[in-house]
Design a protein around this ligand. Structure first.
Ligand code: PRP
Length: 174
């Protein structure tokens, strides 16, 4: 059955909120550098906009994570597919995520990064779906809390499609 997209959060709403988040983060971290670590692939668009909204000197890093058995029978098995290229020891680290869903990915990643002794470690996510949480995650910066709808666009995909939409959309069967 074909899928239709319904705009859920407009590009303008996203840009306004990302600017606010950037201003808040800039105020909270008066001294740089902040290591911004985006989780591939979904966070790449948010990272690009958030990084430019942050006025504190920042360094841009990416990490790849894959998880298995997500969903109803979530096994919570997660592994790193692309590690950081740098040491984060003694640095401020802000993990940049597109969406927190079950919390499995971030629980794993935060434990991993903590072992590397950053000076501080926080999370910024554009979207948060608290209803779906299986593992508690402390998120310092949330763009939008959303209900349990399947969303795509602005980096988020369905089977690798839709990542390049400027709006965040809900997918529905036509
Ligand atoms: C998505 C999203 C988060 C994760 C959140 O990534 O980008 O990283 O799922 O889910 P969780 O809270 O249930 O762990 P996905 O594995 O779909 O990969 P992608 O970013 O490459 O699309």
């Amino acid at each position: 059955m074909p899928l239709t997209q319904r705009v859920f959060i407009t590009a303008e709403q996203i840009q306004n909120r990302v600017r606010e988040m950037g201003a808040q983060i800039s105020a909270d971290y008066p001294e740089g550098p902040i290591y911004l670590i985006a989780i591939l692939k979904g966070a790449f668009v948010f990272m690009a906009d958030l990084a430019r909204a942050i006025k504190t000197p920042a360094r841009i890093e990416f990490i790849g994570i894959s998880s298995y058995g997500r969903g109803k029978s979530s096994s919570g098995q997660v592994k790193v597919t692309k590690d950081l290229d740098v040491s984060i020891e003694g640095h401020h680290v802000l993990v940049v995520e597109d969406i927190v869903d079950s919390g499995v990915t971030l629980t794993y990643l935060m434990n991993l990064l903590k072992q590397r002794r950053p000076k501080s470690l926080q999370i910024a996510t554009l979207l948060d779906k608290p209803e779906r949480r299986l593992r508690p995650v402390e998120v310092a910066y949330v763009g939008f809390k959303i209900p349990d709808e399947f969303v795509v666009g602005y980096g988020l995909d369905f089977a690798e499609d839709y990542r390049n939409l400027s709006d965040i959309c809900v997918l529905a069967e036509a």
